[in-house]
Design a protein around this ligand. Structure first.
Ligand SMILES: [Cu+2]
Length: 450
């Protein structure tokens, strides 16, 4: 529990949290990799290098994402969810967790696993800045261990990119545009060795790189440009249309290729600081502490992954491949309504890797049986309403949302992490035609059968 990087003691496993009614923590598995790393993945020799291209279903310019082999590994290992949970528990006492967890359709982490909630909350302390650096480095290291032949893909920009030549091909139509304050801050990062006196600790550096947008300026930051390069970098290559993998979609952004370029740059700045400060000497107490702190981040992530696996019923849908032999009204008449070009529900409410918003999967590469199973449970954001109440469309939150009737339905919720969200879906406004709504309504009235 060294100062600055204070971690909740989550490595013990099995210890229940202090709060009443807290769930027992799952036993983390395969802890060894936190100390010894992973062997190369079987796809290391065959995988392509560089970014893969992803064109959003709604059209628009392609985005750069990780290779499918990496995406699949991330999906199997619940990395996108664990990354969300990692950030979310740092908002439990500062009040920003709900917005992150809501879309994941996830149980109340803050209430159920209080021992996971660090005292260092998001952008409130240098300790948080330090954990931010450690955790993202842990992820970078794992990816390089698994795909050593492709390690360069997880290397950051060697310097803060200011010209198109420094970017992957898809991005180099034009130079990135930065304000002078951003450029001033970036110059400090790129020449961090000459600015060591500006940052009293690694955590202070991490805080400065990650946070400033919207957060309070700490006293030590009096003479540094206070801007939040981490957010500026995310914004620069965020293509709105490709929310499935968008760099600004916190639910999935680790699947974006540029995520690793920009976090790698942050990591490089940190490493140069460590070397210049003499923190990397073999045998030194600083290096020993750093290794412990890094392993603690690895263990925290493992526990978060285990929690996600235990709650898989409400998380991404993994084991439900499409079934070509499916028949029945739901499969042939109802489900297609969610996947029309106008309604396109499944672009946000997809399975697995696209982190189903509100825990709701309405289409994509998944069997109708699995989609239907989930529809018959509690809604998230619908208060007292279930998603589907067989026999009664007017009590079925899915129908009310699609029909634009949720607003007047008197939704009430006592769970602050699942506030009522009565907005019509899709967010573009009512796109279901009257004929489509009648099909949905008739199906519910008849009992919502397969
Ligand atoms: Cu992150």
């Amino acid at each position: 529990m060294a100062g600055g990087g204070g971690m909740p003691s989550v490595g013990g496993g099995g210890a229940a949290g202090s709060g009443g009614g807290a769930k027992a923590l799952p036993e983390p598995k395969n802890l060894d990799h936190c100390l010894y790393g992973y062997p190369a993945h079987e796809t290391d020799k065959t995988m392509k290098s560089g970014p893969a291209l992803y064109t959003p279903k709604s059209g628009g310019q392609p985005d750069t994402i990780l290779q499918p082999e990496v995406l699949q590994w991330m999906e199997e290992n619940r990395w996108t969810g664990a990354h969300v949970v990692w950030h979310a528990v740092r908002g439990c006492t500062s009040g920003t967790a709900g917005g992150l967890l809501g879309p994941l359709g996830f149980p109340n982490i803050c209430r159920d696993y209080p021992v996971l909630v660090p005292t260092d909350q998001n952008c409130r302390s240098a300790g948080d800045g330090y954990q931010f650096l450690l955790f993202h480095r842990h992820m970078i290291q794992v990816l390089k261990q698994l795909w050593p032949s492709h390690a360069a893909d997880f290397d950051g920009f060697p310097k803060f990119p200011t010209t198109k030549e420094e970017l992957p091909a898809v991005w180099n139509e034009k130079d990135p545009t930065w304000s002078q304050t951003i450029l001033d801050a970036a110059a400090i990062g790129d020449n961090i060795e000459q600015h060591l006196d500006k940052f009293p600790s690694e955590g202070a550096l991490g805080y400065w790189l990650q946070c400033p947008v919207g957060s309070q300026k700490p006293s030590w930051a009096a003479d540094v440009p206070y801007i939040g390069l981490h957010f500026n970098l995310h914004d620069q290559w965020s293509r709105g249309a490709s929310s499935d993998h968008g760099l600004n979609n916190g639910q999935v952004n680790i699947t974006n290729y540029m995520f690793w370029k920009l976090h790698g740059w942050i990591d490089n700045v940190w490493e140069k600081y460590r070397v210049a400060k003499g923190l990397t000497k073999e045998g030194s107490p600083e290096l020993a502490k750093y290794r412990q702190d890094l392993a603690a981040q690895c263990r925290e992530m493992d526990i978060e992954i285990e929690i996600l696996k235990q709650n898989a019923g409400e998380g991404p849908m993994l084991d439900c491949p499409p079934d070509v032999d499916e028949t029945g009204d739901f499969h042939t008449k109802v489900r297609p309504l969610f996947e029309t070009d106008a309604n396109h529900c499944s672009s946000c409410h997809g399975p697995a890797q696209t982190s189903p918003y509100a825990g709701l999967t309405l289409g994509g590469s998944v069997s109708s049986k699995c989609v239907l199973e989930r529809l018959k449970r509690e809604s998230i954001g619908g208060g007292q309403y279930k998603l589907i109440e067989p026999g009664d469309p007017m009590k079925s939150w899915l129908y009310l949302k699609a029909a634009g009737l949720a607003e007047g339905a008197g939704c009430t919720s006592s769970d602050p992490n699942k506030p009522c969200n009565s907005a019509t879906m899709p967010p573009s406004g009512k796109t279901f035609t009257d004929a489509e709504l009648k099909i949905l309504s008739d199906w519910i009235t008849a009992g919502a059968n397969p």
